[in-house]
Design a binder for this molecule. Structure first.
Ligand code: MG
Length: 448
């Protein structure tokens, strides 16, 4: 990543954005230094914070986090800009994470400000009344029900009903010949929340469900393809805990499942949806939460800019840049449509929908846009901090081609490596420096 050297230098360069006179007056209202009488400050930007490596390291708070958040609340402890925490973690409920963050940061965080890797599943309403099998650890049944699913089956429930299927651990095999207690309904979709505890059990039973079309009483005859809908959260191959080396994450579990399925059937495992950073779906949902928060506060100024702060090039930076690319393409298509309309009206004709605007990019998003309403943001700027996974002291090879060729892509099978997507807009020491730089870019002073 040749560009990292220059980005390091650029980290100390501040970019000022032209600010309109009206906006400037309003922003001075934020810091309380200008009694303009023009009304309250209304932010037109929102902040997306990664948690691990940015605000905490393991269970230890990063000192800069408290400092950063003191700048983001007013004297009543209310946020002065919309803030959403976007984590790929998924083994607990949002309220628990909000309580942890409130304790760590010393400010009150609501569960509506927390986005877990599974949060976008709320939008998949067509599966909410179907019978879904969930895989993961922690309170997965509660999490699924909290997201709106009404008929949920766990791997343990399957195992109890079909005790002959889980045979890897000899000590867990049934002592006596058992016949299936087949009183479970047919599984209609599979949801992978996160890495399970007993990988072999989950891999076996998930493959069984896919190859029997959801009815484990059946044998593997004429395995259906495409298989049952499969939705997966959190694609992180590895993650950093207290150990020196990274640990297996849910992405590693997905690699196992994909390869077993392919080996047995000769076909590629298909995902109905992949969510969690760096998926666009996750950022689209986060943008929606930012808009909702602004609306709840009565801020009518549209949110134009998102700032995403994270420590991981492959998830936080890749994801923010991918979403920025989507927003840019979207606004350029909008501009092209407007130009086409103006040109057409000047010529007294109706523009063909395909004449000036490429249509195919919109198709994948039409569902989300109707569910969440179109984003108001037009850009998403990525900030890389040096308090987590990213190591600023890693030597950067001089030959970029060599560097890219030698890079092992740890992203998911269905995402391709694009060097441009792992270049952060800014590299800063920590989250406090990120907030400081954002305030300078936005031309505003401290909120306190
Ligand atoms: Mg992180």
């Amino acid at each position: 990543m040749r560009a990292l050297n220059s980005l390091c230098r650029a980290a100390n360069t501040l970019y000022g954005r032209p600010v309109g006179a009206g906006t400037a007056v309003a922003r001075c209202g934020l810091c309380g230094t200008a009694a303009s009488g023009s009304g309250k400050f209304q932010p037109d930007f929102g902040l997306l914070f990664d948690i691990d490596g940015v605000l905490v390291r393991g269970k230890t708070p990063i000192p800069a986090a408290k400092k950063a958040f003191q700048k983001l609340v007013d004297s009543n402890g209310q946020f002065v800009v919309p803030v959403v925490f976007v984590t790929n973690a998924g083994n607990c409920l949002r309220q628990k994470k909000a309580d942890q963050l409130s304790h760590i940061l010393g400010v009150s965080i609501s569960q509506d400000q927390v986005m877990m890797s599974h949060s976008p599943l709320r939008m998949f309403r067509k599966y909410h009344d179907q019978c879904v099998l969930v895989s993961g650890q922690g309170p997965v049944l509660d999490i699924a029900k909290n997201l709106g699913f009404t008929k949920v089956i766990s791997i343990d429930m399957l195992r109890e009903s079909y005790p002959l299927l889980d045979m890897v651990d000899h000590n867990r095999r049934p002592k006596l010949p058992a016949s299936p207690v087949a009183n479970l309904p047919k599984v209609e979709a599979v949801i992978l929340f996160g890495e399970p505890i007993r990988w072999e059990t989950n891999l076996q039973l998930i493959v069984d469900v896919l190859l029997t079309n959801g009815n484990l009483s059946n044998a593997y005859l004429n395995s259906p393809f495409p298989h049952l809908p499969l939705l997966a959260c959190n694609m992180d191959l590895m993650w950093m805990a207290e150990a020196h080396s990274p640990r297996f994450g849910h992405g590693t579990f997905l690699v196992c499942l994909e390869n077993i399925y392919k080996k047995i059937t000769g076909k590629d495992l298909k995902y109905e949806a992949l969510m969690g950073k760096p998926s666009e779906l996750t950022y689209h949902y986060a943008e929606y939460l930012i808009r909702e928060q602004a609306a709840e506060r009565g801020w009518s100024t549209p949110i134009r800019t998102l700032y995403a702060i994270g420590d991981n090039l492959m998830t936080d930076i890749y994801g923010a840049n991918l979403y920025n690319r989507y927003l840019e393409e979207r606004s350029s298509r909008k501009t092209a449509k407007t130009v086409a309309k103006v040109v057409a009206s000047a010529h007294g004709s109706t523009p063909s929908p395909t004449s000036a605007v490429p249509q195919e990019v919109d198709l994948a998003y039409s569902g989300w846009e109707s569910e969440l309403a179109a984003p108001s943001a037009t850009s998403c700027t990525s900030f890389l901090v040096c308090t987590g996974v990213y190591n600023p002291h890693t030597e950067v090879p001089k030959d970029a081609n060599q560097c890219i060729k030698e890079t092992v892509f740890h992203g998911h099978r269905d995402f391709r490596f694009d060097p441009a997507l792992v270049e952060p807009s800014h590299i800063v020491q920590d989250v406090a420096a990120a907030v400081e730089l954002i305030f300078q870019k936005e031309n505003i002073g401290s909120a306190v």
